[in-house]
Design a protein around this ligand. Structure first.
Ligand SMILES: Nc1ncnc2c1ncn2[C@@H]1O[C@H](COP(=O)(O)OP(=O)(O)OP(=O)(O)O)[C@@H](O)[C@H]1O
Length: 356
């Protein structure tokens, strides 16, 4: 059986964890939830660090824990990246990377070289940790975890301690990991933007329980359990660059069911891109708009309607071909347009963000 099957129960005064997860064998699974919801505790259960956790854990068919046995922490082939990179201060970057690898039974220098390339840290190898920026330290910490050829990578808010420019600097490396890694990655985050950029699969945790889990786009547009995302409510579309209008510096991205124009990201035609469309940037019309500054207009069908957090607002899910978008509209506008399930609407998309 491939993927990760995890079932854990654990109880502390004031908090209990009771989860059952079935996660894909490859790609990034985001664990998303408010502070204190149990995300770190869940990672620690998976790593075998929570000795009182009862349950069962299978990683790509291998039993790491069940009622009769528990693989000790040091024998679990996993990498763990924390919020703050804890590097040995007296060792160079290379010394830090080699430290872990040397302790492995089958030292694998190919994995070490690959990790150095993947995180772009070749030029840093002979520096001491105190001569690295926060982003560079974190790249070294990720490379150190990957150098051990793990079969599972756990990342606990790896960007949380970095400022915005440092986050932007490290993001391309994480996206590169996303494209190339063959192993599952569990990535804890508070940040909707990081999740939208990196994740394939989403697990929403609240108060020690799994509230939702599934493919990212499907889970983001669930209205039976709208995610408490506020201004970040929206969806992602997997698209490709379809055309470029050089005169106007625009590019057309094509997704299943439609196309959207966006400022030209200077990417080749045919290149896959992930597009994020926020609900607050989507408005609805009952008729095709004649003149508007909004050039992205799609024909769709209202698929579901739900209350938003504010009593004056609604979230409307619209089916555009096989894809779905969310629109945040006022209750008054929805009443004026007689918005109802099944109705044909024109969806105006004010802006889209390309996650490249
Ligand atoms: N060893 C422990 N003993 C008792 N309670 C604990 C212990 N470790 C964590 N907790 C409590 O368990 C709950 C979940 O903590 P956890 O660190 O897993 O949350 P989290 O979702 O990772 O939070 P954050 O996003 O703030 O890091 C919290 O209420 C925390 O105070």
């Amino acid at each position: 059986m491939s993927g990760i099957q995890a079932k854990f129960q654990l109880g502390w005064p004031g908090f209990s964890l009771d989860v059952a997860l079935d996660l894909p064998a490859r790609g990034i699974t985001a664990l998303f939830g408010p502070s204190g919801s149990g995300k770190t505790t869940l990672l620690r259960c998976i790593a075998g660090l929570e000795k009182t956790a009862q349950g069962r854990l299978l990683v790509n068919g291998e039993i790491w824990q069940d009622t009769t046995r528990r693989v000790p922490v040091h024998q679990r082939p996993l990498g763990y990246v924390f919020q703050e990179a804890s590097l040995f201060a007296h060792l160079t970057v290379l010394g830090n990377l080699r430290y872990g690898v040397k302790r492995m039974a089958n030292e694998n220098s190919a994995a070490l070289d690959q990790a150095i390339d993947l995180l772009g840290i070749n030029a840093l190898l002979h520096r001491l940790p105190d001569k690295l920026s926060g982003g560079e330290r974190q790249r070294v910490a990720i490379a150190r975890a990957l150098a051990l050829s793990p079969r599972l990578l756990l990342m606990d808010e790896p960007l949380a301690s970095l400022d915005h420019p440092r986050k932007q600097e490290i993001m391309p490396y994480l996206q590169q990991l996303h494209r190339t890694l063959e192993i599952p990655v569990l990535y804890v985050s508070h940040a909707a933007d990081e999740v939208a950029r990196l994740a394939d699969y989403l697990v929403v945790i609240d108060n020690g329980r799994v509230r939702a889990q599934g493919l990212l786009a499907e889970t983001l547009t669930r209205l039976d359990f709208p995610l408490p995302l506020g201004d970040d409510a929206g969806t992602i579309l997997d698209a490709t660059v379809g055309d470029v209008d050089a005169a106007w510096h625009l590019a057309r991205v094509d997704f299943p069911g439609g196309s959207l124009w966006t400022p030209d990201p200077a990417l080749p035609i045919g290149r896959p891109v992930r597009v994020r469309v926020l609900a607050r940037d989507v408005s609805l019309a009952a008729m095709p708009p004649e003149q508007s500054s909004i050039q992205n207009v799609l024909r769709g069908q209202v698929d579901a309607i739900a209350n938003d957090a504010h009593p004056g607002l609604l979230l409307v899910r619209i089916q555009v071909g096989p894809s779905q978008l969310l629109a945040r509209v006022t209750r008054r506008a929805a009443a004026a347009l007689h918005i109802a399930t099944g109705q044909t609407v024109w969806v105006q998309v004010k802006s889209v963000a390309l996650m490249v």
